[in-house]
Ligand binder design. Structure first.
Ligand SMILES: *Cc1c(COP(=O)(O)O)cnc(C)c1O
Length: 425
């Protein structure tokens, strides 16, 4: 696509955007001047769907009216509430419905998956991650290693960007897999890196690692609702994600996990169990010493009864994704938005020396976020954006992360963002 830096061009793109009406489905936070903020922080906390309030109120009303009977008699019965999320979630991650479960929070789910899939032996005990990974993932993985009586210094391998580069090459990951093949137990990568916005080649990494009998998991925190996924066909072993970023399900919303069918139906796999992972037919047995019989699906990793109030807004959000036609049209707009931003940051500054977009240029290797390294006065530039009504974030010492999302951002917002940033420089 050929872009133009003229304001009318941005307005034209908005007028032609088939998804433009979805913006009205969200509450847009307002700036000091009463105008909507340019909200490029959907990678941190997605905006509130207007329908979320009504769905949460429904559950509050059912609680008020029915008390304990709401478990079975609520408009959407609570006992099986998680089942209402199953199919729309499976569509987003490219899974069979039996491979997904919405539960807990992301880091908790990562621990639960590791409890099953990280079974270190004397010879195979290493874990490969990318650097920089999100801190919580690093804490979780290191503590898993220590939990098994091992030393992260020996057991944790980090794939890093090469000198002078910002993102990790797929070859680098593949080389490390090959070099450590006999000792690697698990490869666990953030599918879209939170800092650089890089989208990894999930299918390729999975294939290479599995050829060496290594288990492969992905943290999809920045991938779900952002890029199309095909976890089942790519044969990924497990995945975890949160729902408050691109899924717009609200602060601390219930998270999710993917367990590939060939594991999900394997009742023999070790796991940390609780009653909601048990077959519903025998869940309530009260005799002594009941035996745990896992549900033969990802539900078998569920532990507790579902948190209804943190699941309700997710239902509102998932139905918007379905109405929008799923990830394909959203991704098409997303690529256009981020490419337009990239174009404007460069075209307004022919010298090209003020910013370095550290996110990969190839659209296949990035999602919606652009991470912009500002060479001169980065903090002042960020301040300028804030004052002008832009909500994005700053990572020390000099990176601005901007995440225009296709559901509620516009091309004109991209144009205004680029104008503010480039005029400051
Ligand atoms: C946002 C994010 C988290 C947050 O973890 P919670 O358990 O939801 O608090 C963890 N990992 C990654 C990669 C993230 O992007």
């Amino acid at each position: 696509m050929i872009f133009s830096a003229v304001e009318d061009f941005a307005l034209q793109l908005d007028a032609e955007d088939p998804l433009r009406h979805f913006r009205e489905r969200f509450h847009l936070p307002l700036g000091k001047n009463g105008e909507p903020l340019i909200y490029f922080a959907g990678n941190s906390l997605g905006l509130m769907p207007k329908t979320a309030r009504q769905i949460v109120e429904q559950e509050l009303n059912d609680w008020a009216k029915l008390g304990v009977d709401a478990h079975l008699d609520a408009t959407t019965p609570w006992y099986s509430y998680h089942e209402t999320l199953r199919e729309p979630t499976a569509r987003l991650v490219g899974a069979k419905p039996l491979e997904v479960i919405c539960m807990n929070s992301l880091t908790v789910n990562l621990h639960l998956m590791m409890a099953t899939f990280y079974r270190p032996t004397k010879s195979r005990f290493k874990i490969l991650m990318e650097e920089p990974a999100f801190p919580s993932d690093t804490y979780a993985i290191k503590s898993q290693i220590v939990h098994h009586g091992l030393d992260p210094k020996e057991a944790l391998i980090l794939a890093q960007p090469r000198k002078g580069e910002f993102t990790v090459r797929t070859e680098e990951i593949i080389d490390l897999i090959e070099q450590n093949a006999g000792q690697l137990a698990v490869v666990m990568i953030g599918a879209v890196n939170f800092f650089t916005g890089q989208l990894f080649d999930i299918e390729k990494i999975t294939k290479v690692a599995q050829k060496r009998d290594i288990t492969v998991g992905f943290d999809l925190a920045h991938a779900i609702g952002n890029v199309p996924l095909g976890l089942h066909d790519w044969n990924v072993d497990f995945g975890v994600w949160c729902s408050y970023k691109y899924l717009n399900a609200g602060p601390g919303a219930v998270a999710g996990a993917f367990v590939h069918e060939r594991h999900a139906t394997n009742a023999k796999l070790p796991r940390l169990a609780g009653w909601f992972g048990n077959d519903p037919n025998t869940r309530f047995r009260l005799h002594l010493d009941p035996e745990f019989i896992p549900v033969q699906s990802a539900d078998g990793w569920q532990i507790s009864n579902p948190p209804i109030f943190s699941m309700a807004p997710l239902r509102a959000s998932l139905s918007i994704f379905d109405e929008a036609g799923g990830m394909e049209p959203l991704r098409a707009k997303s690529i256009k938005l981020s490419s337009y931003l990239q174009f404007l940051l460069q075209s307004n500054r022919p010298s090209g020396s003020d910013f370095t977009v550290i996110t990969p240029r190839e659209t296949g290797a990035r999602a919606c976020q652009l991470s912009i390294l500002v060479h001169e006065q980065p903090k002042e530039s960020f301040k300028e954006l804030e004052v002008a009504g832009v909500k994005c974030d700053f990572r020390e010492p000099n990176v601005i992360r901007a995440a225009p999302t296709p559901l509620y951002n516009t091309f004109h917002e991209i144009w205004r963002f680029a104008k503010i940033l480039t005029e400051h420089q």
